[in-house]
Design a protein around this ligand. Sequence first.
Ligand SMILES: Nc1ccnc(=O)[nH]1
Length: 414
Amino acid sequence: MKKKFFNAKFYRHDDATEMVVENGKITHIGTGLPKCEEEIDLGGKLVLPPYVDPHLHLDYVYTGRNDGGKIKSGTLFEGIARWHDIKKSQTREDARERALAAIREEVSQGVQFIRTHIDVTDPKLLGLEVMLELREELKDTVTIQIVSFPQEGMYAYKGGYELVEEGLKMGADCVGGIPHFEWAREIGEKSVHSIVELALRHDKMFDVHCDETDDPMARFVELLNALVMIEGIGPKTTASHTCSFGSADDAYAFRMMSLFKASGMNFIACPTENAYLQGRQDTYPKRRGLTRVKEFLEGGINVSFAQDSINDPWYPLGNGNLMNILDNGIHLSQVASFEELETAFNLITYNSAKTMMLDKEYGLEAGKPANFIVLNESSVFEAIRKRVDVLASVRNGNFLFRRQEPAYDIPLKF
Ligand SMILES: Nc1ccnc(=O)[nH]1
């Protein structure tokens, strides 16, 4: 059956007002399209491809909830130490319920694609087993990619390397790592070599927690970039966080920017989380914790924004609202000129889809699955200025949800 979604604005299709969908796929985006059996009025609102959250820890969600007062310093390292204890009492049921609740929060706010880092420094691999099940169960609603991620280190944790590899064999989509957490620079470098070697051997993408520290001497991103450039696999590679690159010397950054551009590697920044975690050893001036997002955008280097945590030992807040992430991100990285705002939604849509290598299935284009969201505004600028909510989310041509615009009981009189 053919469906027409009409009376809408379409992101990156300036003149279009209608979209026709057949068998779950977009067949046309334009104006004056032929009549269809079912016609759905979108009320003049803005249609975007679904939000993408390319970096989320679904095994940690809500474990901050009953942990009152235990976190003191608000640093990355304290978060890791706290998780080390919390995970010992994790059960399968608890892990499943928490992950499901977080996915529900994200999906109910327009997310349909998630890349999640799952901690494999646990010989039982409980979190990974749960997530592999959910990836399959929920695939018609949300696309989940799993990173086999050694939270306590590929080498700092005994057997970490083997567990990462086991995770890949079990079906994880990406290799993960955390070189800045290894106990010495050489070992961090060894882990970067191992990540690339594993990704090549198992033909996987990879996404590395890389330089999540203000220490400008943390430069694992340089080695990662060089190795993937040699192998020609930059587009399969993601450097997440790279906070220290925001503290790097300008001359070093200048050199690195051209190498990043040449490799085609992707970057992810987590604006709320890293603004919260970084700068903790600074007095004043206090750093913002973010990598060089604005410069990446200007230099044609692919960068996107992510939620990272929902109420866990690293970050107490978070609710899967990508509009909030975008809003924080464009403030912290000063990407907010009128011109920059016109394309700012790319930071939580197209750019992150590119990072996840979703090119074949993602985007508002004829031939692709009819996956999209409807925002409660009609222009990009007003949508971002007002930080509007998502009114509807459509997957393969069917509504995952649709809600009314909030209405007044008693309207304002002027
Ligand atoms: N921001 C982070 C959250 C969880 N684990 C990390 O290594 N980093």
